[in-house]
Ligand binder design. Structure first.
Ligand SMILES: Nc1ncnc2c1ncn2[C@@H]1O[C@H](COP(=O)(O)OP(=O)(O)OP(=O)(O)O)[C@@H](O)[C@H]1O
Length: 243
């Protein structure tokens, strides 16, 4: 692994039955980098994210995160993960959810209280801390899930479609915050379907039918495809319309 690599994905293959969902995927993510994974629905992005986090195990190849071969339970404290479906306790308040997950990350007392405030400010839910999650809208639940992923200020953030169902104004402020975290050295891997978000990534990985069809900066990808927008490049590299 090169000195700066935070995540190293090597020849990853994943099959479900006779279907090969990820086919020999390799790439590295460097410290402080924001890597976007882009691909049509069903192309394998979530499967890849799950393999990186160690939630799922590959049939071939390896993932090394922060120098450790995944999956490894103790790594859970080292990264923040926001899944595509929200893993929240609906019958608890947002504060209770944050307190529970915070304690799993080893946060307590004043530090935990400060982190809860900070994370909820970022997602603009500071006035809804004491509401039951069952009373949250879909977008609010996405935002709370993001707050949970940020809570312990991890050095690596892995976000599966973090801005789905979030309105444009808040989406912009979340992206501003992601940018600031990256400036502070946080490494971010995320999936997106939104082209203007793809443009904001340092590098993009384009996935089609389980294969990494292109990897590079947005400018490099546009140049290689001979197009002027990521949307057009996405189609050149075998993108499709979202189902
Ligand atoms: N546990 C599973 N068992 C069987 N097939 C699966 C399983 N998980 C994923 N798949 C299949 O793997 C393929 C890739 O799914 P995945 O969720 O990774 O796609 P995606 O790119 O994240 O899609 P989307 O953008 O719609 O979230 C799909 O064909 C899906 O049906």
């Amino acid at each position: 692994m090169s000195a700066q690599a935070i995540v190293e994905v090597r020849n990853i293959t994943r099959r479900f039955g006779s279907k090969t969902v990820l086919d020999d995927i390799s790439f590295e993510v460097k410290r402080g980098e924001l890597l976007g994974l882009l691909g049509p629905s069903g192309s394998g992005k979530t499967t890849l994210i799950k393999l990186i986090t160690g939630i799922d195990k590959a049939d071939g190849g390896s993932v090394v995160m922060l120098g450790e071969r995944m999956p490894k339970l103790t790594m859970l404290q080292r990264f923040g993960y926001m899944a595509q479906s929200d893993a929240l306790y609906n019958e608890l308040t947002a504060r209770e959810n944050l307190t529970f997950f915070g304690s799993l990350f080893g946060l307590k007392g004043k530090q935990l209280a400060t982190r809860i405030q900070d994370a909820m400010n970022i997602v603009n839910l500071q006035d809804d801390l004491n509401k039951n999650v069952s009373a949250y809208s879909g977008g609010m639940k996405r935002r709370l899930s993001l707050a949970l992923a940020l809570l312990h200020e991890p050095e690596l953030l892995i976000l599966d479609e973090p801005t789905v169902g979030i309105d444009p104004v808040l989406r912009q402020s979340i992206w501003r915050e992601l940018g600031e975290m990256r400036e502070r050295g946080t490494t971010i891997i995320l999936t997106t379907h939104v082209m203007d978000e793809a443009e904001k990534c340092d590098r993009l990985g384009l996935i089609r039918d389980g294969k990494l069809t292109a990897l590079g900066t947005p400018a490099e990808i546009k140049e290689k495809s001979g197009t002027s927008t990521i949307e057009e490049a996405f189609i050149v590299f075998g993108g499709g319309v979202r189902a």
